[in-house]
Design a protein around this ligand. Structure first.
Ligand code: ZN
Length: 193
């Protein structure tokens, strides 16, 4: 068994041993809101937003982008599980700012192994073959952080399956301080009405 697998199962045994009242948690999020945020390992939405188990939906992907699949989850979150306010939270030093679709497609075309990066950019060092399949994937990288929050909030706001009654707040999490910083143009784009 891998070291990681052992560690995860040991941690889970401890967690389960003190599970207590959480056995009674209900399916709909008790505090009625949802957060769309990045998968970055430095972000812990439960901590930065004060969540306990059962409180809120947290939808995560690379960048915290409003992809079709993220919107699928948000629509379920509201339509079937009753959330009433949504947050889109991107963050400083996001990896999505450090490549383009062309770059990752070229790397994947050469090999599927992990690439390296240095001051001159990304380099593929793996053994091929790679795959051209990445040409059909939109990886949704971005250049400007604040603009990406506005873009995602606006896309969710405009979506025909999203009711106009849900406020959508746009924030940036600062990985150096842990602070949530509002993107006023995003929150404006996500306002009700
Ligand atoms: Zn990120």
């Amino acid at each position: 068994m891998s070291q990681i697998l052992q560690e995860v199962l040991a941690a889970n045994a401890q967690y389960q041993a003190s599970f207590g009242e959480k056995t009674n948690l209900q399916l709909p999020p008790a505090r009625g809101f949802a957060i769309l945020t990045c998968m970055d390992a430095r972000l812990d939405p439960a901590k930065y937003a004060g969540l306990a188990e059962g409180d809120a939906h947290v939808i995560r992907n690379a960048g915290g982008r409003a992809s079709d699949d993220a919107i699928r989850s948000l629509v379920i979150s509201y339509k079937l599980l009753g959330t009433k306010e949504w947050f889109v939270i991107h963050h400083t030093d996001c990896g999505m700012q450090y490549f383009t679709d062309d770059v990752i497609r070229e790397l994947l075309a050469q090999s599927l192994e992990t690439a390296t990066v240095d001051a001159t950019g990304w380099h593929d060092v793996g053994q091929g073959p790679g795959s051209d399949e990445a040409r059909f994937v939109a990886f949704l990288p971005f250049r400007d952080l604040a603009d990406s929050v506005v873009e995602d909030v606006a896309r969710i706001r405009r979506h025909p399956l999203v009711p106009t009654t849900i406020p959508i707040y746009g924030y940036i999490y600062d990985v150096k301080s842990g602070k949530l910083i509002e993107v006023p143009a995003a929150t404006k784009a996500g306002s009700v009405g």
